[in-house]
Every structure is written in C-alpha cells, then in structure tokens.
Design a protein around this ligand. Structure first.
Ligand SMILES: C[S@@+](CC[C@H](N)C(=O)[O-])C[C@H]1O[C@@H](n2cnc3c(N)ncnc32)[C@H](O)[C@@H]1O
Ligand SMILES: O=C(O)C(=O)C[C@]1(C(=O)O)C=C[C@@H](O)C=C1
Length: 246
C-alpha cells in the first residue's frame, strides 16, 4: 500500500482537496489513517450486505472510490444482482475498472456483476435497490442537494431495503466539538501524520467536507421516508447509520 505523504511538505497555498491521481494512489492508506473505525465499518458493510441483498435486485455503492465496499459486497450477492459502483472521480473509477478487468474467470464467478459509472451520484438513476451504501460520501455533497439525494435513494429501495450511511459528524456544543477534533487529531498523530500534515489537510477539506450533527442526519432520513433509522457506530467524530425502508 502506498503511503500518504501528500501534505508532508509545507505549501505556500493549500488548494482545495480533490480526488485526483495523487489521492487515488494513496487512498487506502489515507482513509485508514484518517477515519477512526473505517476497517470496522467496512467489515460490517459486508455483514449487512449479506442480510439485506435480495436476488434480482440492484445494489449501489455511491462514492465508491477504489471500491473497498464494492469488493466486500460482491461475494454476498447472487449472480442475478447487479452492483453499481459510482464515483465522479476519473482517477478512482479508472483504478477500479483496471482491477475488475484483471479478475480471473474463477473470481468473476465468485460474485455478481459490477457496473462502474463515472458519474455524479446526484444524477444517476436508481432502481429496485435492496442495499445502498454512502460510505463517507454524502459529506462532500452540497448541503442543499443532500435531502433530494436521500429521497431518491429511499424511493428506489424495495420494501425491506437498506441504506448504510457513514459520515464525519459535527457537534452543536463547542466544547464537545473541540474535544472530538482533538481526539481525531490524536488519532491521526498516532497513525504517523505530523502536525503540518494534519493542519494542511484540514485547510484543504475545510470548504468541501461539510459535516452535520448526528441528529440532523437522523431527522432527515426519517423525513425522506425511512421507517427505521438506527445509528449503529460512532468513533470520535465519525458515525454510521443504518436506515431501513419497510
Ligand atoms: C471518502 S471517499 C469514499 C470512500 C469509499 N466509499 C470507501 O468506502 O472506501 C468519497 C468519494 O466520493 C466521491 N464523490 C464526491 N462527490 C461525488 C459526487 N457528487 N458524485 C460521485 N462521487 C462523488 C469522491 O470522488 C470520493 O471517491
Ligand atoms: O476529516 C479528515 O480529516 C479526513 O481526513 C477525513 C476524510 C473523509 O472522511 O473522507 C477526508 C478525505 C479523505 O477522503 C479521507 C478521509
């Protein structure tokens, strides 16, 4: 795995974070060292896929990056399912397509077909879905577009279908916010990031990763039509929610 050193040297001006080639090259290392609980969430996505996926349905990994969730979900789905891996980053989708093209016939037979889409998740149409994943993607969508997107997802789900939503979250209380920021930065330091790397990354994502409080997520999911909305994981300022449509 390539080590993330993107922000290790001082920059005159820290530009806005983008999911380009340099990020795609180090992404597994970057996200594992930046998001506390990421590995646990992925492993639970695999388990949840086994529970919620139904034969003959579509599954969507929205903002799939290199397909970390896609690779775990695929073996859980029967061959008559289609797993749609969607991301608007050409660098991410190219690497996922490359890996899919290298599958052996035996590996192809070990799970359902994967269709990649280099597209904006606000624009793709969703249909007959049994399981939808938004693993740290909604946070990059402009705030006004979040509710329509979640509404579209809810409408596309079959009865009993589920959305797994993981997000960086914020806190209404200033002292709680300050504490959780510090704990997150301690986590990054413990995983080898310097203070400079932490500060420059923070500047670069400031205006494009917009976290919301957990309650805002829960009430919006209920508003768009999910009957069961269950927060099931939180580690510092990162949380994951399971939302089910009856
Ligand atoms: C933090 S990464 C997601 C990680 C991934 N889901 C995983 O589990 O490893 C966020 C991804 O969302 C993608 N993204 C951001 N906005 C998007 C949009 N409007 N449409 C499609 N993809 C988007 C980015 O390109 C990036 O690959
Ligand atoms: O919040 C941060 O400091 C992060 O680095 C988080 C985060 C994320 O949650 O997606 C931001 C960008 C990268 O994709 C990896 C991790």
């Amino acid at each position: 795995m390539n080590r993330d050193r993107i922000y290790s040297l001082p920059r005159q001006r820290v530009g806005e974070f983008t999911f380009d080639d340099s990020v795609a090259d180090v992404f597994p290392d970057m996200i594992a060292r930046s998001v506390p609980g990421y590995a646990s969430i992925l492993s639970m996505i695999e388990q949840l896929a086994g529970r919620f996926i139904r034969p003959g349905t579509n599954i969507y990994d929205l903002g799939c990056s290199l397909g970390a969730a896609t690779w775990l979900i695929r073996p859980q789905a029967s061959m008559d399912c289609t797993l749609h891996a969607v991301d608007n980053s050409p660098a991410m989708i190219a690497r996922l397509q490359q890996r899919l093209a290298e599958l052996s016939p035996q590996e192809i037979a070990s799970g359902c077909a994967v269709e990649t889409h280099q597209a904006d998740i606000r624009q793709v149409s969703l249909d007959r879905a049994s399981f939808v994943v938004l693993n740290f993607t909604l946070q990059f969508i402009p705030s006004v577009d979040r509710e329509p997107l979640l509404q579209k997802i809810c409408e596309s789900l079959i009865p009993g279908g589920a959305l797994l939503l993981s997000e960086k979250i914020s806190f209404e209380d200033d002292s709680q916010q300050a504490l959780l920021n510090e704990l997150h930065h301690d986590f990054k330091r413990a995983h080898g990031y310097s203070d400079l790397e932490i500060a420059q990354k923070r500047t670069s994502i400031e205006n494009m990763l917009i976290p919301e409080p957990l309650d805002a997520h829960l009430s919006r999911l209920q508003r768009v039509g999910f009957e069961v909305v269950a927060p099931w994981f939180q580690c510092f300022n990162f949380a994951s929610i399971l939302a089910i449509k009856n």
